[in-house]
Design a protein around this ligand. Sequence first.
Ligand code: NOJ
Length: 722
Amino acid sequence: MRGPIVAALAIATLPFVSAQLSWDEAYTKAEAALTNLSLSDKVGIATGIGWQGNGGCVGNTHPVESIGYPSLCLQDGPLGVRYASSITAFTPAVQAASTWDRNLIRERGQFHAEEARALGVHVLLAPVAGALGKIAEGGRNWEGWSPDPYLTGVAVAETIEAMQAVGVQATIKHYIANEQELRRETMSSNVDDKTMHEIYLAPFYDAVKSGVAATMCSYNKLDGTWACENDHVMNELLKGQLGYQGYIMTDWGAQHSNAPAANAGLDMSMPGSNYNGGDVYWGNGGLEGAVQSGDVAEERVNDMAKRILAAWYKMGQDGEYPPLNLDLNVQGDHGANVRACARDGIVLLRNEDNILPLASPSSIAVIGSAAVKGDHANNVCVDKGCNDGALGMGWGSGSVEYSSFSEPYAAIEEKAPGAVTLSDSDDASKGAAAASGKDVALVFITADSGEGYITVEGNAGDRNNLDPWHNGNELVKAVAKVNENVIVVVHSVGAIIMDEILALPSVKAVVWAGLPSQESGNALVDVLWGETNPNGKLVYTIAKQASHYNTQVVSGDDDYEEGVMIDYRHFDSAGIEPEFEFGFGLSYTTFDYADLEVQSSATSGPIAGDIVSGGPADFFDEVATVTASVTNSGAVAGAEVAQLYLSYPESAAGQPPKQLRGFAKLPLEAGASGPVSFSIRKRDVAVWDVEGQQWTVPAGEFGVLVGASSRDIRLEGTIQVA
Ligand code: NOJ
């Protein structure tokens, strides 16, 4: 008997607690406060007091008692509150993205910020939009969402709005083109202007439009100039073209000068001490001295303080704010969001003979060290710097301590008591012995990565290769020799090469379980037994061979020669067949698409509106709508992620063959139909005009492609732009 299957969309409406001020209102308050401040007060607002200088926050600023301004607590990170003792370990962003569920992503941000606020954290160092993930091996990709800038843009906007509605300042990081760990603090990312705007800057427009309070400039250089003293990226792009009104803080120790950084647009020095042996530039009278010597205008320091104070007023943090206490239990029922993201982010990649959902097998072998809790799940390694046992997140400053962890083996044993034989090692012969004679064999394999200050099994942040760790290929092969019903469960930070595994006829199913954080086992069981019909889709391309990717970790500077052709844009333009394409994911049911309708009022020409928060005022205006209907044509309920891609007119040379410009997730009972609709904004049909230094909508025919993945297009239409 198969278990009941229910569609997976969980959360509808969310309560928000704080009415934010507009930037204008916040600036007015900040300007009034400024008139009472000394130069040293203002420098203090802009300068950190040191790593964990004030009770466990990774960054803190100087208080100004005369205006009731506290020492701000800035805290990591992107999936939970770091250095806190009883918090929720939310799923990594990449897993939340794989749900393609705006409501879950928004709720995740809200719950995360509610925990931060309750603990007294003012500024969360999240979300991540760079690394975007152009390099499959990139160590910190899992802290972000997807190498597709549209999907990342939607996700950071939902997250920022949800966090700030709770009254916590969000920080978009790392700005910008911080795509690898190797030599991250010395290398230069040399990105051409078109690629910068259309790919790497794109999600930052969304973040600024959402009113993001803070931006963290990155460790790397851009065209030879440090990101945190780069006039072009900070003053011209972010504060100029994007109309950003918040403040820019350094990544930790990413400041390299005093006056040049200030004049290039840097607003806050973090952590402000000589962290990692780095120099102190603004503290100890440094910035005051630069003002006195005339190297930095006092007006610039006023602007720093104004931006930082305004963010604080905008969130209403000048009202009652909880005192810092990282030891409170703030988890509430937030684990439900983790379970939903972990579960709905699972992508079913293969399901031959409909082996899944499991039909009450009487004997199950559970194989691999990753099936059981080890040092990772037990918080043994500092900042999750080990891949021992079940894997729920990568390592580094973006990790947190688990307050609980649902072990895969335990969850399976609970679901099928008495049926399970465990081999909790990666030894191939032990695995084969356990699998022999069993109805099904579940083999757990992993791949891990993280931040470069920790090296795990020889991987210094970035992955050394795209193979499964711990001899995963050999383990699967040995099991597949003795058992014809092998289900491979992959817990991974990103793509792995699976050709050897997929070549085995006994491998009937591949379950891409990603990074499920604390709800690993529960989420997996939900899908294996069909309590939930799998409904996640890949947020990156899985290639057949590592050499099919056109980007690698580089040992010198990175000239970004691939331009806009990253991930699926590259596979499409180079005509390379991926193993599993961007947007792909199977279901226990099938979906049919029909009734494409396109309505457009788009016209060609430059986007010339005045600059507001998020770029030209008309940048986000809707210019077309696309609707279609989706039918669940199978026998069980499920949810489909319908995707809209646009191809650009020939007049727009150098565009990728198709680009994601919309998605909609629709739960449907068996036999039911429902509408999906996509709103296309001016920016979605625009290209960056390098010569004219503006966004412009090209004339000609756009292709409208609606389908189940980037390579499973079901409906096609056009938009004519005159
Ligand atoms: C460096 C990391 O790059 C950044 O993401 C983090 O927020 C800071 N360290 C503080 O831990």
